[in-house]
Design a protein around this ligand. Structure first.
Ligand SMILES: Cc1cc2nc3c(=O)[nH]c(=O)nc-3n(C[C@H](O)[C@H](O)[C@H](O)COP(=O)(O)OP(=O)(O)OC[C@H]3O[C@@H](n4cnc5c(N)ncnc54)[C@H](O)[C@@H]3O)c2cc1C
Length: 406
């Protein structure tokens, strides 16, 4: 790469900011432009449903780099700017003002958006979603005036907002279509642990129910009608039914896309001059031996260092195991590893789920550890990693026995 090289990053979240940082850290001294649709400097999203909603942190605390950093490192930041068509033959990215930006290497870090719920009333006033700082601010203001909140969806964000709302003194009804919270992510047994946690905190958790309509009066949400025609009254409603990756820009450019943007071990897309990182990257994972797309913070934090090497034409491989965390009330959790959807697993618990102090392991049919989740037990992530990485079968009874060191 020469000082004349032009690198462009499309996306304005954690992955985009970390990529800019990694490129400069690796002495890339060409032109570097970050095009981000949001008007804020790139920031981290986990606090939006936790510390920020609990009033413990403000945006400056979780902004990735202050504005001065971009100036000092000569990174051109085009904020409030949604990148349009990528023309791979002319190697340009279209900007909303009709101009184009040429690139030698391009990175896509376009992240996800909240999934919409196609039911009547979902656009009414008093209906909230959560992906951005503005939406977190709006929830925080609502907490100050509302008394009854209905949360649709007991996934990570629905549960975290529920916890923050309870801390703010709201009555919360949590509606979940599955049999337990987090069923797709954790399965029945561990999902039930989170269900019990929220019920113990006074949440009216209703599983196996489907929201059919948001009831409104004068354009404002007044409740949620369920499929059985009953209505749960509310002053406000949060829709938290998952996320969708922003992959249209990649698909329109003719890149290989299948639910995410397909990338190889080095995070290169089907075009060697374009990498993809973060929520959108569907990677052929070198350790797990399968495609993995992870919509979690640690991936957006760590993939950019590898993608930067790839953009600089240096050999690099992203081989970290998926990792994520949550904080709800006094429960802190970390999860390490990967269980592919549909895999037959058994769960081994080491510790006490009733006290919410345990490590759970997901084992495949050959008793090999696929993933581990530590709840209110700390400094075991490295050990869980080792167990996942070793292909050895474990004895479930020994694993469950807390008198045997991990
Ligand atoms: C409320 C909330 C809480 C979370 N909590 C946790 C947690 O506790 N633990 C955990 O592991 N993970 C958590 N996550 C997930 C984590 O935040 C995401 O995985 C991470 O933000 C992904 O980073 P990213 O940079 O890939 O994408 P994003 O953060 O989604 O950023 C993408 C950016 O690109 C912009 N963009 C999109 N298209 C274009 C375009 N065409 N042109 C220009 N810009 C564009 C978007 O506007 C956005 O600013 C949470 C997410 C949310 C929303």
């Amino acid at each position: 790469m020469t000082t004349d090289s032009r690198f462009v990053v499309v996306g304005g979240g954690l992955a985009a900011a970390k990529l800019a940082e990694s490129l400069r850290d690796n002495d890339f001294d060409g032109t570097l432009t970050v095009i981000g649709a949001e008007t804020q400097l790139p920031y981290e999203r986990p606090p939006l449903s936790k510390e920020h909603l609990l009033g413990k942190q403000s945006l400056a605390d979780f902004t990735v780099q202050p504005e001065q950093w971009y100036r000092d490192h000569e990174v051109e930041l085009l904020l409030g700017t949604t990148a349009g068509t990528i023309d791979r033959s002319s190697k340009t990215v279209a900007l909303p003002d009709g101009s184009t930006r040429p690139y030698d290497k391009l990175a896509l870090a376009t992240g996800s958006r909240s999934r919409r719920l196609p039911i009547p009333g979902s656009d009414a006033q008093g209906v909230y979603m959560l992906r951005t700082i503005e939406q977190s601010d709006a929830l925080l203001s609502m907490f100050a005036s509302a008394r009854r909140l209905v949360v649709i969806g007991a996934g990570w964000i629905g549960l975290e907002v529920t916890a923050a709302a309870r801390a703010a003194g709201l009555e919360v009804t949590l509606l979940e279509v599955g049999a337990v919270p987090l069923q797709a992510a954790l399965g029945d047994e561990m999902g039930a642990v989170f269900g019990a946690l929220h019920r113990a905190q006074g949440v009216d958790l209703r599983c196996g129910v489907k929201a059919a309509e948001i009831v409104t009066a004068d354009g404002r949400a007044t409740g949620v009608r369920l499929a059985d025609d009953s209505v749960v009254d509310a002053d406000a409603v949060l829709i938290a039914v998952g996320a969708r990756p922003n992959i249209e820009i990649a698909a329109d450019a003719g890149l290989a896309v299948e639910g995410g943007v397909l990338v190889d071990e080095s995070l290169a897309t089907s075009d060697p001059d374009i990498v993809a990182v973060g929520d959108i990257a569907d990677q052929q994972h070198p350790v797990l031996g399968q495609r993995v797309r992870v919509e979690h913070w640690a991936t957006a934090l760590n993939q950019p260092a590898v993608a930067a090497q790839t953009m600089l034409d240096r050999a690099a491989t992203y081989d970290r195991l998926p990792y994520f965390f949550t904080d709800q009330y006094d429960l802190g959790m970390e999860y390490t590893g990967f269980v592919a959807p549909g895999t037959e697993t058994s769960v081994v618990v080491r510790g006490d789920t009733a006290k919410r102090e345990f490590v759970a392991f997901w084992l495949d049919s050959g008793n090999r550890v696929l993933a581990g989740m530590n709840v209110n037990i700390w400094d075991v992530t490295d050990r869980i990693k080792e167990l996942v990485l070793s292909a050895d079968a474990v004895d479930p009874r020994v694993l469950a026995d807390t008198s045997t060191p991990l």
